[in-house]
Design a protein around this ligand. Structure first.
Ligand code: FA5
Length: 337
């Protein structure tokens, strides 16, 4: 029995087999236990002899099983360590870095240029009241010019702002008739426009407002032409075209010469050689008065530009929708901005 058990224990391949052997020999119904139980049938002289021998064997088997168990556990650990080994000298996979979105980058550039010209940055809410978005800007209810900006209404009096111009009124109110006012306001705006290569239903604007004594149209042109030159890094031709906004009088739109001009059939300027980048004008006296400014003493100009369109031009992108479809391959091209 001892020999048989010793061989079996030595050859046990894993811990499960070893457990089975322990049960087989030393368990309640095990072979050695059965011998010890049978001792009651032996003569009193034989008992101590057989008993001593059986106990000796039992101690021996327990020791072998214990040793084998250690050995198997060690082997199992070694195998696992080998399987899970890490080569710490391998070069790590490069972490994927995020980057500034091209529109955010353009807005930051616009802010830097205007801050350099002494402007402060103001903010206003995207969910706006009909009063600030339209009425205080000389656009009463039923005014036909409201159609220029198809809106997303939340309630009859609350809407998603269609432009950043409401911040003009909010800023003037906060300043309580004090001058100078010299702010820009970047932000998101929303319109029920049909999306195409140059229109999005959600886009961005940067509003500008300057109020002081003796502010004239020539200053507006000077500031905007200077801005265009800095933004595009070259001397550009600019032109002001007469336009109409109820909150400015006179009103203009500014075009820059098409820097992406592909000539015949150019998608950017539709062959005109000019691209509109903003609307502007002298603040309407009614808007000044409504916000607490004496329009006899003070004059001002305002403008509203579209950074999405500026980003299209600056980076030669042919469709505004690229900015909003989150194609990582597209966005990765601007990682260095
Ligand atoms: C306005 O929103 C006026 N509030 C601008 C203004 C401010 C005029 C202050 C006078 C004084 P307009 O609707 O033209 O104007 O929009 C201004 C600029 O926003 C456009 O020149 C264009 O660059 C951009 N824009 C307009 N609609 C969209 C659109 N759907 N998607 C992308 N950009 C747009």
């Amino acid at each position: 029995l001892e020999k048989k058990a010793e061989t079996a224990i030595r050859e046990a391949a894993d811990l499960d087999q070893l457990k089975d052997l322990r049960v087989k020999y030393l368990g309640k119904k095990g072979e050695l236990t059965t011998i010890l139980r049978g001792m009651k049938d032996l003569s009193p002289e034989e008992r101590p002899v057989v008993g001593g021998l059986a106990n000796e064997i039992r101690t021996g088997l327990e020791r072998w099983i214990g040793n084998k168990e250690e050995e198997l556990k060690k082997a199992a650990l070694t195998t696992r360590l080998e399987a899970e080994a890490l080569d710490v000298t391998l070069p790590a996979a490069p972490p994927s870095l995020g980057a500034v979105h091209p529109i955010s980058a353009v807005i930051e550039q616009i802010e830097d240029i205007f801050i350099g010209m002494g402007f402060e940055v103001a903010e206003g809410p995207e969910v706006e009241s009909d009063y600030y978005n339209f009425e205080a800007l000389n656009l009463p209810k039923e005014h036909p010019a409201r159609d220029m900006q198809d809106s997303f209404y939340i309630t009859p009096e609350i809407l998603l702002r269609t432009h950043t111009s409401p911040v003009q009124v909010r800023t003037m109110e906060a300043k309580e008739g004090q001058v100078p006012v010299k702010i820009i306001c970047p932000g998101k705006v929303y319109r029920r426009d049909d999306d195409d290569a140059t229109h999005s239903h959600q886009f961005h604007q940067v509003e500008g407002l300057v109020i002081d004594r003796g502010i004239a149209m020539s200053e507006l042109h000077g500031i905007l032409a200077g801005f265009a030159e800095k933004m595009f890094g070259m001397k550009l031709e600019t032109r002001l075209r007469p336009s109409y906004f109820p909150f400015t009088e006179p009103s203009v739109e500014m075009d820059i010469s098409c820097i992406q001009c592909g000539g015949e059939g150019c998608r950017m300027c539709k062959n005109t050689g000019w691209i509109e980048i903003l609307g502007a004008g002298m603040v309407h006296p009614r808007v000044l008065e409504g916000a607490g400014y004496d329009s006899e003493r003070y004059t001002g100009f305002a403008f509203g530009m579209g950074p999405d369109r500026i980003a299209l031009l600056k980076y030669g992108i042919d469709d505004i929708r690229h900015f909003y479809t989150n194609d990582v391959k597209f966005l990765r091209q601007f990682q260095s901005l």
